[in-house]
Design a protein around this ligand. Structure first.
Ligand code: 3HC
Length: 310
């Protein structure tokens, strides 16, 4: 009996029925090229962000103020490396290799989160990064647990469990410093002043300026928009700052009768400059990644050779 291949229209119809019914799209399923391409771009750049995000914190492992804080920071950074591996694995199910993703990154043809292009100047930055950067990442990643692509959604479930610890340990550092000396309180406030706006930039441009959001929302790659997630993060983080005596560095901040806050606007010129490669640490981060990747070549080759023996 002759098996008649489904037409492209039938394939699109079946795909859209799955999206509409919240049936996860799996690696072996047919999917529109634009869906696949958007996922390859977003997941691989998410993975790059996890790995490059290890750099600002890695600088402070040997300078941690206690054995306890060093152990916590080591565990957190190790988690981030694991998140990168989960996400590269999820991205590889879409038909590109990790080597290809890394080559695009090294050639400046792939992005990673702009927030990691700012310097971590002192220990208070470890608190601000954990509290704000991981806090923003959680807001984004909890939403991504419902993304329509199965491997990405499942990676998010595991990552979110670990991300919550990251945010808590950062907030604890800020809390302890705010209960410390005047100098420590000043350091904590200075770190908040430097990391608040770059953390808000993690959610991307305004929806109206977003290249990919309309398709990403239509096909449920994104379940909430850039601005919706940013707003969610802002409204829940401001009370956390106030609880420990920190002031959000936004002169337009205003508590409204309904308990939400009016707030100021991101400096979009700075955002696009850093996204475009002109942030304080862009070249340093990329050079470090290129060198570390080259230095680790023998490890990858040895592990691969060993895997062929079993
Ligand atoms: N930094 C760098 N580039 C950014 C950016 C940012 N903060 N926000 C947006 N961009 C880029 C996009 O990549 C896109 O460029 P491209 O076409 O070359 O990829 C362009 O700006 C337009 O933005 P869009 O809104 O159209 O792009 P997206 O639809 O991809 O939305 C996003 C951006 C919200 C970041 C989305 O990609 C996303 O949700 N990604 C997954 C989460 C993620 O990557 N988080 C990064 C941090 S991971 C982390 O913090 C680890 C934690 O453990 C510390």
């Amino acid at each position: 009996m002759e098996i008649i291949a489904p037409t492209t229209e039938q394939l699109i119809q079946e795909f859209e029925l799955k999206i509409a019914s919240d049936t996860k799209i799996e690696a072996r399923d047919w999917m529109p090229d634009a869906y696949r391409e958007n996922l390859i771009r977003q997941i691989s750049q998410h993975a790059h962000s996890e790995v490059i995000g290890m750099q600002p914190e890695g600088n402070w492992i040997t300078r941690a103020p206690s054995l306890r804080s060093k152990k916590i920071l080591l565990a957190k950074i190790q988690d981030e490396g694991g998140h990168g591996l989960y996400l590269y694995s999820a991205a590889e199910t879409l038909g590109m290799s990790r080597e290809e993703f890394i080559a695009l990154l090294h050639a400046g043809k792939a992005k990673y989160a702009s927030v990691f292009n700012y310097p971590a100047l002192n220990w208070a930055d470890m608190g601000a990064i954990g509290w704000l950067v991981d806090g923003a990442a959680i807001t984004n990643q909890v939403s991504l647990q419902r993304t329509s692509y199965g491997p990405y959604a499942r990676a998010m479930v595991r990552i979110c469990k670990e991300e919550s610890f990251h945010q808590r340990q950062g907030y604890e550092i800020m809390w302890r410093m705010m209960e410390g000396t005047e100098d420590q309180r000043t350091m904590a406030q200075d770190a908040l002043n430097r990391w608040w706006w770059p953390a808000l930039m993690m959610f991307g441009p305004h929806d109206s300026d977003s290249t990919h959001s309309s398709l990403a929302l239509k096909w449920k790659i994104k379940r909430e928009s850039n601005d919706q997630l940013r707003e969610k993060f802002i409204q829940k983080t401001i009370p956390q700052a106030e609880l420990i005596g920190l002031n959000i560095p936004d002169p337009a901040l205003k508590l409204q009768p309904d308990g939400t806050y009016l707030h100021g606007e991101i400096n979009w010129e700075e955002f696009w400059a850093v996204v475009g490669g002109n942030g304080p640490c862009n070249q340093q981060r990329l050079d470090h990644h290129i060198k570390a990747h080259a230095d680790g070549k023998w490890v990858r080759e040895t592990a691969y050779a060993a895997s062929l023996k079993h």
